[in-house]
Design a protein around this ligand. Sequence first.
Ligand code: SF4
Length: 329
Amino acid sequence: MVKGRIFSGMQPSGKFHLGNYLGALENWVKLQKDYECFFSIVDWHALTSSYEDTSKLQQNIFDMALDWLSAGLDPEHNVIFVQSHVKEHAELHLLLSMMTPLSWLERVPTYKDKIQQLGNQGKDINTYGFMGYPELMTADILLYKADTVPVGEDQLPHLELSREIARRFNHMYKPIFPEPNPFLSKASLLPGIDGRKMSKSYGNEIPFAASPDELRARVRQMITDPQRVKKSDPGNPDVCTVYTFHKIYSPDELESIGTACRQATIGCVECKKRLAERMVTALADIHTRRIALEANPGRVKEILEYGAERARAVAAATMAEVRQVMNLS
Ligand code: SF4
């Protein structure tokens, strides 16, 4: 039985790395079994902070769709679409913005931090669009009357704002929107190959699209226990990046690897080989799906068009109701 309806979106900002996959996408793949899901590539959201250079936008949208489908999101079971292909998002955003006090948007905790953070990188996001980001997110969710939204802890204030806006609308006009509840998802603990947070800006990422040979090469480059110089030196797995990956990919062998490392009965080369093969096996289905989709890019576009059609049907019905209760029809 379906537990509820989910809306979730991601900004198209380039190809995924493994940390992105484990942080959110893997969770979506699990959720699709129990929920009716609307998954959107939120390209308008990407413009709220990157509006000047849009030259890579279409490629990024395509890459994101490829990542999602390779990961195993089912385009028949879920509605997978691009936000800007469903214009009702903009209409609901506009109407909700009429009744949202400015102070509600100003007090979102990440608002000022993000302006400063991106300002330091030379980006000016002192814009109307950026301030309205949580408003657009609210429109995304309410348009599909989603009752559940997977979020990380840092996004809880955004969702609380969405609930407040839904409540205000329901009170002011008619109660047509459910107040969306958070489904807390854990952030990925996967480090980059140098042990720092996995990030493309550090160059320490493992691409989600990596082939088996690329995976093996990235694992070979991983930082191990820096105190372990020779194979005969006992190691400390607790400070080793390879071991952190084993926690995810070799849980059944974890204890024996840890002991072997401490007793110097396994060398780092062998330990890395074992990890690499585990990862290749774990990601094999994803890799196979990616190869098939890459050979047929038209199929990816068809899936997005099909998703937009289905999303539009639900969005149109919601907007008809909204217009009616607001005396706009
Ligand atoms: Fe890390 Fe494995 Fe080497 Fe131990 S044996 S330091 S866990 S790579």
